[in-house]
Design a protein around this ligand. Structure first.
Ligand code: ATP
Ligand code: HSE
Length: 316
């Protein structure tokens, strides 16, 4: 149940009054989601999702919320955070930082086929281009510096074989990051967590994506690698699915063709994408934060994906 903080109808009405969004019609807690408190809220003006941020700091939030607003204004189907008359989109509800964003239609497609992967590829490329003129800066907070900090913290908890793979892959990624091809990768704000459960579909029509709370400035190729590793993979084995990957890559490149450096580094970034989520899942699993509400995801999945990407590199 993802209502960690109760919101009263009085508080919801007060927020709607501040945002001039008409009278409250319904307010219903959303089950699912493990990071934040979420409610579906309907007013006379439309349907929204009210999010109370349980862990993210008020310093980090403006980057995510303004990025969503920027993308929504550029016509990318993402939740649009609603502003008060001063233009403020970060509010306070029940003592927590909060946002009220438009609700997306549809539901997650957890067994995607090639057309779904193509839709995600196209969306991702359009999102990258649309975010080029976004002015706020915040690095991807789950990138190489965080991996270098976190690997030594998880090493004492894992077996020798896993530790060897983790250390050798980290050394390899530090080496890649120092290369001239890496320096040539185009960069900008990326979603960085565009998994199956963060995209909505109605049939094969992609109706939007959400959960921008790992977004940050990083290479576009890393974002694409994260998507390929989740959407175009056989979940039980971690094996790459060629047909789905081809559909995603073709659709991405129909909007923005990859550069020579990106083509060269695709196999390395697929490994980086697997490593990033293996580390974060190990960290969540072995070092649960105090009073954590997280139900950790299975870390061994991304260990399998990483081994697959090392043993069977995917070249364009
Ligand atoms: N803008 C939106 N439109 C429609 N549904 C939404 C929207 N935002 C969130 N949801 C619904 O709320 C659920 C929980 O949201 P979300 O996944 O962002 O939760 P979380 O706790 O913030 O993060 P996590 O994905 O880490 O669990 C989603 O699965 C989705 O069904
Ligand atoms: N997508 C992440 C969870 C954070 O949203 C994972 O599967 O590990």
């Amino acid at each position: 149940m993802a209502v960690f903080t109760e919101v009263s109808t009085k508080e919801a009405r007060e927020l709607l009054r501040r945002l001039q969004l008409g009278k409250l019609l319904t307010l219903r807690g959303i089950e699912g989601g493990i990071e934040n408190t979420n409610y579906f809220l309907t007013s006379e003006e439309g349907e929204y999702v009210l999010t109370l941020f349980e862990r993210l700091s008020a310093e980090q939030l403006p980057f995510y919320l303004h990025l969503m607003k920027h993308l929504a204004h550029a016509g990318i189907p993402v939740p649009d955070p609603q502003a008060d008359k001063y233009g403020e989109i970060l509010h306070r509800v029940a003592g927590k930082p909060a946002a009220l964003a438009t609700k997306l239609r549809g539901k997650s497609q957890l067994a995607p086929q090639a057309p779904h992967c193509a839709a995600v590829g196209s969306l991702l490329a359009r999102m990258h281009l649309a975010a080029r003129d976004y002015e706020r800066q915040q690095p991807n907070l789950r990138a190489l510096p965080w991996w270098n900090e976190t690997v030594p913290v998880v090493l004492p908890h894992i077996g020798a074989e896993q530790a060897a793979l983790l250390q050798s892959e980290l050394a390899y990624q530090n080496h890649v990051a120092a290369s001239s091809a890496y320096a040539a990768l185009p960069r900008g704000p990326i979603h960085a967590d565009l998994f199956r459960d963060n995209v909505m579909f109605e049939g094969e029509e992609l109706t939007g994506c959400f959960d921008f709370y790992f977004a940050g400035v990083d290479s576009w190729l890393f974002d694409l690698a994260v998507c390929l590793n989740d959407w175009c993979v056989d979940l039980p084995t971690g094996r790459h699915d060629g047909a789905r990957a081809a559909a995603m890559l073709a659709a991405y490149q129909a909007v923005r063709p990859l550069t020579a450096a990106e083509r060269e580094l695709l196999p390395a970034m697929l490994r980086a994408g697997a490593l990033r989520f293996w580390i974060s899942r190990l960290w969540d699993f072995y070092l649960p934060r105090e009073a954590s509400m997280l139900k950790p995801h299975d870390p061994t999945h991304f260990e399998r994906v990483l081994r697959e990407r090392v043993q069977h590199p995917i070249h364009l």
